[in-house]
Write a protein that binds this ligand. Structure first.
Ligand code: PLP
Length: 245
């Protein structure tokens, strides 16, 4: 076994035991929780090690990199059922590269982008190139930081009727990023995402938003305590220098 594979195996055990403890504290079970390994900073070889260590779900923040990883795994003859999601800012001219390839696009940050993804997906469906509407999450700027992208909560409320009309996308839930280095504000952000989801589901009785994508290397335990169904872990999975607290 290589040293690197050994490291990410041990990390994975640590992540799972910490996530398990957080879920127990919150009275939750694993049944609605997924762990994504964010592979944006590593190469195909490291992704292959991560698959050997047991990961099946990956995230990338650039379309070209997502395509490169998928092609790399195919070239390596990976037979496991592996999923890749798009989690980073998406420019409209890159949408076609990820449609159908990304199992879910987490970074739908505006009505304009949602419309652009939907119209391209509808066209592909019409051509028989895409089997179903593209699964997406709506990125929300819960913390209100100017540096963060995403719908402001009021903006999302105001856009919901229009979003629900879009036939080329399937909205599966919400995604957010917490302020860095402040556990209290991180918790507020995750709780705010859950509360907003509950409010939208109450407003639109026919709409279900089961997925809450939140929590990263430094705050995934807090996110799981606050209802996250999908933690996106980069450094804690792949970076030998990252130190878990
Ligand atoms: C990089 C990235 C992550 C993972 O961050 P870490 O702090 O390395 O765990 C999660 N989500 C998004 C959107 C990212 O860009």
């Amino acid at each position: 076994m290589t040293e690197y594979l050994d490291l990410i195996r041990r990390r994975r055990e640590e992540i799972i035991s910490r996530a398990d403890a957080a879920l127990t504290r919150a009275g939750r079970s694993w049944s609605d929780v997924k762990v994504m390994a964010v592979s944006k900073t590593v190469g195909v070889e490291q992704v292959l090690d991560a698959i050997r260590a047991g990961y099946r779900f990956f995230g990338e923040n650039r379309p070209q990199e997502l395509v490169r990883k998928l092609e790399g795994l195919e070239a390596a003859g990976v037979s496991e059922d592996v999923r890749f999601d798009m989690i980073g800012n998406l420019q409209t001219n890159k949408i076609n590269a990820v449609l159908g390839r990304a199992a879910c696009i987490h970074s739908i940050s505006s009505l304009h982008l949602a419309e652009a993804v939907s119209s391209r997906a509808e066209r592909r469906m019409g051509e028989g190139l895409l089997a179903a509407p593209q699964p997406v999450l709506l990125e929300v700027n819960v913390s209100g930081e100017a540096s963060k992208s995403g719908f402001a909560p009021d903006d999302l409320r105001a856009s919901m009727d229009a979003l629900r009309e879009l036939r080329g996308i399937h909205i599966e839930g919400l995604m957010t990023m917490a302020p860095r280095g402040d556990k209290g504000r991180a918790r507020e952000t995750f709780a705010g995402l859950r509360t907003l989801r509950d409010e939208l589901e109450a407003t639109y009785a026919d709409m279900s938003l089961p997925e809450l994508s939140c929590g990263m290397s430094e705050d995934f335990e807090i996110a799981l305590e606050e209802g996250s169904t999908l933690v996106r872990l980069g450094r804690v999975v792949f970076d030998p220098a990252f130190e878990l607290e």
